[in-house]
Design a protein around this ligand. Structure first.
Ligand code: ATP
Ligand code: MG
Length: 464
């Protein structure tokens, strides 16, 4: 295993060096990368650009991941050609992005992203993706795309392990920032002065945690040290960018470990302020519920199953609800409207920090509404709930609450049995509930409805 090969290598921690202006060049015998492990489309893009007289390399996550025996998510190319020059070389290329122009070269479903060498611009947010446009109301100044040399391009990258350039023609790796050393020693280390690099772009704090979790690396101590102090700077980041980052943090298959690292570095409460407060007020339950949700998410991802951000956000925020509900009830609001209002406020507040799109906030509300409806099972209600498209998510969420230690009076088990039961068993289960006088949804009792209008009124207690 390559990992083993690297592990045998150890040298003491160093302070972040200034990036070098001449790279260390590793020939094919000095590194384990093999041309045939690399997307042939990515290689063809590099070769085409080189033949046209430009410099071109594979760079970033793909080189890092290949060195670590991980399948790269995608292949990025860095080049001296401008986006227009790149486009001119390929028929299947599109220039994307307004601020930072990139070129996407399409090969069927595979897209090779080609970026022109850029120089550092200390006031700017870095963003490799194009979905940033028009979201810089927060006062952070952005300068226009500044093209640069290969050396500039290496220096403006975030971590040493992300600044390795692979030339598939010569099979060389160019290392400007001692990235190979950090790959071998499993260290996430910022290039340059850590504090300055976080000030330039606070999202790098989240990226440090993300790579540490994904690669099972340590954040090098000088790169880790300023994070707690600078964590509040995340407030200045546009909420839409934070939404993208949070999805990457929690939907990459390492969410549970990421959560630990976010807590360790005081980043979690910056992203989820109300949940951060719940962690202080009710630490055991809150941590258990969130952790269990993240474990389930990781398991699903590792099993190749789909995951919905709505379920995840519903879980991340749920522990913050009771305190809100109580506050509103203390002001005289009845329980159900208090719950509705608390849910609404909590989501609205969270969206100030992380712009969760409506297509997810609506199902979050529906999952929460289900929690009120699942105990009410009388008459046809249980069957109607089973037909509800949100039943499954609501039921899974109920089980999650129980796993976290909430006492629901065995409601999860009841629903599990009900789903397995045949018609007559189901009718018996409902009769049993009524005879036990359990919460079957008939309260308040005086409003007994006739059979005729029961269905019409059914159980639509809330929703948006
Ligand atoms: P992943 O496996 O998550 O895609 P990646 O390293 O490819 O990891 P990307 O977000 O795709 O990460 O970014 C590609 C490259 O762009 C990084 O490897 C890094 O060199 C550079 N980069 C991205 N974001 C920043 C940033 N905020 N500051 C500096 N450099 C960045
Ligand atoms: Mg990438």
């Amino acid at each position: 295993m390559l990992k083993k090969l690297f592990k045998s290598f150890h040298s003491p921690l160093r302070r972040a060096p200034r990036p070098r202006s001449t790279p260390e060049v590793l020939s094919s015998s000095q590194h384990p990368l093999k041309r045939n492990e690399i997307s042939r489309h990515a290689i063809s893009v590099v070769e085409r650009l080189q033949k046209a007289g430009y410099q071109a390399y594979l760079v970033g996550g793909c080189v890092r991941d290949l060195l670590l025996d991980i399948d790269p998510k995608d292949f990025d190319v860095a080049t001296s050609a401008t986006p227009e020059q790149v486009r001119a070389e390929f028929r299947n290329a599109r220039v994307i992005g307004r601020r930072f122009k990139l070129v996407h070269v399409h090969f069927g479903r595979e897209i090779i992203e080609v970026a022109t060498f850029r120089a550092n611009h200390p006031q700017g947010d870095e963003e490799e993706n194009s979905n940033l446009a028009s979201r810089h109301e927060s006062g952070r100044i952005l300068r226009d795309n500044v093209y640069g040399t290969l050396e500039d391009d290496a220096q403006r990258r975030d971590f040493t392990i992300n600044a390795l350039y692979y030339d598939p023609t010569q099979e060389h790796i160019l290392d400007y920032a001692r990235g190979m050393h950090d790959v071998r020693n499993h260290l996430v280390r910022l290039i340059g002065d850590p504090e300055q690099r976080y000030l330039e772009d606070p999202v790098r704090m989240l990226r440090a945690v993300r790579f540490a979790a994904k690669l099972d690396f340590e954040i090098e101590k000088h790169s880790a040290a300023p994070i707690r102090r600078l964590a509040p700077m995340l407030r200045d980041i546009p909420s839409a960018r934070l939404f993208d980052e949070v999805l990457k943090l929690f939907l990459s298959g390492y969410a549970e470990y990421t959560f630990d690292l976010l807590l360790e570095h005081d980043l979690f409460a910056q992203l989820f302020p109300a949940s951060g407060a719940a962690l202080k007020q009710n630490p055991q339950y809150t941590e258990k519920l969130i952790r269990q949700a993240l474990i389930n998410t990781d398991d699903r991802i590792h099993d190749g199953k789909s995951v919905t951000p709505a379920f995840l956000f519903a879980a991340l925020l749920w522990p913050a609800l009771p305190a809100r509900v109580l506050q509103l009830q203390n002001k005289g609001m009845p329980p159900i409207p208090a719950m509705q209002e608390a849910a609404h406020e909590l989501i609205a507040e969270q969206c100030q920090r992380i712009a969760v799109p409506k297509r997810f906030t609506i199902p979050i509300r529906e999952i929460w509404d289900m929690q009120e409806r699942l105990p009410r099972r009388s008459g046809k209600r249980a069957d109607l709930l089973l037909e509800n498209p949100r039943f499954r998510a609501g039921y899974d969420f109920l089980l999650l609450r129980e796993l976290a230690g909430e006492d629901t009076g065995g409601l999860g088990e009841w629903w599990t049995d009900y789903q397995d039961a045949n018609d007559s068993e189901r009718r018996q289960m409902i009769r049993d509930l009524a005879s036990k006088g359990e919460s079957t949804g008939n309260a308040p009792r005086k409003r007994r409805r006739s059979n005729n209008n029961r269905r019409k009124r059914s159980d639509d207690s809330g929703g948006e």
